[in-house]
Design a protein around this ligand. Structure first.
Ligand code: 9MR
Length: 460
């Protein structure tokens, strides 16, 4: 466990600034057809530093015909995020709902192959652009049994979930890989079934990094909500609140505040996503379940969330991935028609994560930076951790000199100047101001080799 609690003095005035000060993100589900609505975009860009596609990255949207992939909506959202200093959650690679008709009609090894091909293709397309993927969504049954939900995917064999996680890791070694579900908002039979799966995956080296708790909530919150998050964190995975919305009315503001406090109190709770921006954007119709009214005004629930973010302890997030080197997938080779773009033939990353512990005292003056690298033949994803020195920073830049032949193709949470040779990365608007010892992360993807990168950090 490399996460530590830190404390910071200043209070953010937007959800994104406040969350970022605490080493976390605050996100919203976005319907890309609303990106032309001025009120919507104004609130989105001001308050959120993470987005997830409400529907555009789902199976029916990305592969409506088998082997024909379309990424229009997802790409649009990623561009919006990159232009506005936001990270992106990917939702969802495999789910029993919103399958295209052709997949709904498949079964057995043909479906398994098609599903794994889908994971590989979509995660490859978005490689380097996704902070965390919901690799598998809602695979556990409701009710008392704590077992898997019946579905066409489940009937391909109980190992379909781990096969999906392995395929996702091979396709995008830099993304955190999450299991995501609802009705898991406390210690109950369903959350315990998932807990047992995660414990099993960790013990066998199946690459899982995080668990998403959707948190579509009613008029009360389980008293063990935080304890449930903590027991998952104690298994060695991050936890994230992924689809938060709460029934409008009397308890709404207080429940939003309690959920936020619970996340802040769990050092591995890395962020919160609300499932929409304004009440009228919500899938919950007239529940008025979100933080902004239909005109974009802040509700009481907003104030409670902001106050809870500002009052909570900060964290130093652990480096992105990877877990132990995992065995090769046991999935049979696909029998589906060849995809329109070839799946990657690259092996899983061979570079071990850095073993250097985080500094226990802030470095004097300035700032320092360290790199964690995921490499494959021909490319790499670098996650750079910036630690402020004793004076804090009002801005920073990190320079790295790439080996010859290497170049930067994509950057998140920083702005790159140059792509080859010595490349300088400068903070974006929301992560430049760091308190003494506080940490933030940015990342970049490159082609060629990223071996031996030695970052130097300068504070301003
Ligand atoms: O909000 C989404 C709505 O627009 C879609 O019609 C619906 C389709 O099933 O999915 C909604 O989002 C769901 C999410 O993908 C998974 N968890 C439950 C969410 C609310 O139904």
């Amino acid at each position: 466990m490399t996460m530590t609690l830190t404390s910071t003095a200043s209070a953010g005035t937007t959800l994104r600034a406040s969350a970022a000060e605490k080493g976390r993100y605050f996100g919203a589900a976005v319907a890309t057809n609303k990106l032309s609505d001025n009120t919507y975009v104004t609130v989105l860009n001001r308050e959120f530093n993470s987005v997830v596609a409400e529907n555009e990255m789902k199976w029916d949207a990305t592969e409506s015909q088998q082997g024909r992939f379309s990424y229009t909506g997802g790409d649009r959202l990623v561009s919006h995020a990159q232009a506005n200093g936001m990270s992106v959650r990917g939702h969802a690679l495999l789910w029993h709902q919103q399958q295209p008709g052709w997949a709904q009609n498949m079964s057995g090894s043909a479906l398994r192959s098609a599903a794994i091909n889908h994971v590989t293709q979509v995660a490859t397309h978005f490689r380097g652009k996704i902070y965390a993927w919901d690799v598998v969504n809602e695979a556990f049954a409701d009710g008392g049994g704590g077992g898997r939900r019946d579905s066409n995917l489940q009937r391909t064999g109980n190992d379909w979930i781990e096969a999906a996680f392995r395929a996702a890791r091979a396709a995008d070694p830099g993304a955190k890989l999450c299991y995501n579900d609802y009705n898991t908002d406390g210690v109950n039979a369903k959350s315990t079934g998932i807990y047992n799966m995660v414990r099993d995956f960790k013990s066998r080296g199946v690459p899982i990094d995080c668990v998403g708790f959707q948190s579509h909530l009613g008029t009360s919150l389980a008293s063990d909500y935080q304890a449930n998050l903590q027991r998952f964190a104690d298994l060695g995975v991050d936890v994230q609140i992924t689809e938060l919305d709460v029934m409008g009315g009397g308890n709404q503001a207080s429940i939003f505040g309690s959920v936020t406090r619970a996340c802040m109190n769990v050092s591995r709770c890395t962020g919160i996503t609300v499932w929409g921006v304004r009440d009228c954007d919500s899938w919950r119709g007239s529940d008025n379940a979100l933080l902004f009214d239909c005109s974009g005004n802040k509700k009481a629930a907003y104030t409670n969330v902001l106050n809870a973010l500002n009052a909570g302890p900060g964290i130093t997030p652990s480096p992105t991935t990877p877990g132990p080197t995992t065995p090769a997938p046991t999935t049979p080779p696909p029998t589906t028609p060849p995809p329109t773009t070839p799946p990657p033939t690259t092996p899983p990353p061979t570079t071990p994560p850095p073993t250097t512990p985080p500094p226990t005292t802030p470095p004097p003056g300035g700032c320092s930076a360290s790199v964690s690298l995921n490499s494959w033949t021909g490319g790499f994803v670098a996650t750079v951790k910036v630690t402020a020195g004793s004076g804090g920073t009002s801005g920073w830049n990190v320079s790295v000199t790439l080996p010859s032949g290497a170049s930067v193709t994509n950057t998140w949470s920083a702005t790159a100047s140059g792509a080859t040779g010595t490349v300088r990365f400068t903070n974006v608007e929301y992560n430049g101001r760091l308190g003494a010892g506080q940490v933030t992360e940015f990342g970049f993807q490159g082609t060629g080799s990223g071996a031996g990168l030695t970052p130097t950090c300068a504070a301003s």
